[in-house]
Design a protein around this ligand. Structure first.
Ligand code: MRU
Length: 350
């Protein structure tokens, strides 16, 4: 299995996703500040992987802390949480992970400092295991929704590389393939930084799952040709009403799917569902560097001085979503009620 995120004695180790698919290179972040840079610079990306990376970053910062007493360690904890919390705003898994680490930290109040450090490392490692278990459960729930054969379109990368292993959307596809379904994946290349062409195609090809990369602007024509039987994507944040924030371009795919009567599924762990955000309107959308649009492979593609917009994510209103697949089960419209029910369901443990 690909080791997207790994705790080691030296620090937090990542496969460097900026170098794929041509180079399989691993980097070890030896401080929490380096973990924050790895998240911001997309060495590690994808909402669930960002969450576990953040938890491990917090654990690393606390482990390395020179604080001599609980009050000093608390001040240090707040600083670590602030630095990691400022890396990327949209994937709610980042904030979910920091909150879970803070709750653990609070629960350990009064314990000797070495015990606190050990317990926080153990918590982050447990989150890593739980993420894989959640993906496998999502796969079990979602495989039944996949067609027995034919094309399934996905956008961005919601695979092993976006998680601690197996993947969300690609986990559903993997489980369907394991169940004997003859699926051919169509991977949108996913402009501007090509997570579909570089990452989805890389990991599916490695697994021997038939994959065709298409430019984003081809999805409509390919659907019209009858080549797509279902769409499955991941999510960075799902609001309480079922609106879904995911990689820019997802909304376009959802609208196209509706026009062609193709089911549009979203697969995400419960840590991506934000019951405190009522609709997609309130989801903060990360704006990234204009250079991601104006330059490609180091080459300038647009004239100097041109205006650029580069929102990394968009929001798909819930009316376009056929079902949301989580490890706790499948939610269908009306989403406000269905998600409330899943909120009360038992979490999947590892
Ligand atoms: O900017 P990225 O590459 O972090 O964006 C990733 C996505 O939009 C994924 O689809 C989402 O995080 C789900 S990953 C299981």
């Amino acid at each position: 299995m690909i080791q997207t995120v790994e705790w080691t004695d030296e620090g937090v180790r990542f496969i460097d996703q900026t170098r794929l698919p041509t180079e399989e290179v691993y980097v070890t972040c030896r401080s929490y500040e380096e973990v924050a840079v790895a998240i911001r610079d997309l060495i590690v990306r994808g909402a669930p992987a960002i969450g576990v990376a953040a938890a491990m970053g917090v654990a690393l910062g606390v482990k390395q802390s020179s604080a001599a007493d609980p009050a000093a360690l608390r001040r240090q904890f707040d600083e670590i949480a602030r630095v990691i919390g400022e890396t990327r705003p949209t994937a709610v898994n980042l904030f979910w992970a920091i909150r879970r680490m803070r709750e653990k930290f609070e629960a350990l109040a009064g314990q000797p400092l070495p015990q606190i450090k050990t317990a926080l490392v153990a918590e982050a490692r447990q989150m890593h295991l739980e993420d894989i278990a959640a993906n496998q459960a999502m796969g079990r729930h979602g495989a039944a929704l996949m067609p027995a054969s034919g094309g399934v379109l996905t956008h961005c990368n919601a695979g092993a590389l976006a998680t601690c292993g197996y993947g969300t959307a690609l986990g559903v596809i993997r489980a369907a393939v394991d169940a004997g379904k003859k699926i051919h994946v169509f991977a949108d290349e996913t402009r501007p930084i090509l997570q579909g062409a570089r990452l989805t195609a890389w990991e599916l090809t490695k697994d021997g799952i038939p994959t065709t990369v298409i430019a984003d602007n081809m999805a409509g024509a390919i659907m019209r040709q009858g080549k797509i039987r279902a769409v499955v994507v991941g999510a960075d944040r799902i609001a309480a009403n079922g609106d879904v924030a995911n990689k820019i371009g997802t909304y376009t795919v959802a609208v196209l799917a509706k026009e062609h009567q193709i089911p549009f599924y979203v697969a995400a762990p419960w840590s991506t569902v934000d019951m405190n955000t009522s609709t997609g309107e309130q989801i903060p959308i990360e704006e990234r560097s204009p250079k991601e649009i104006t330059h490609h492979g180091g080459k300038q593609m647009a004239p100097d001085g041109v205006q650029v917009e580069n929102p990394a994510f968009d929001v798909t209103p819930h009316k376009y979503v056929t079902a949301i697949i989580t490890e706790r089960g499948i939610a269908k419209a009306p989403y406000a009620e269905a998600l409330k029910e899943l909120a009360a369901a038992a979490p999947v443990t590892a």
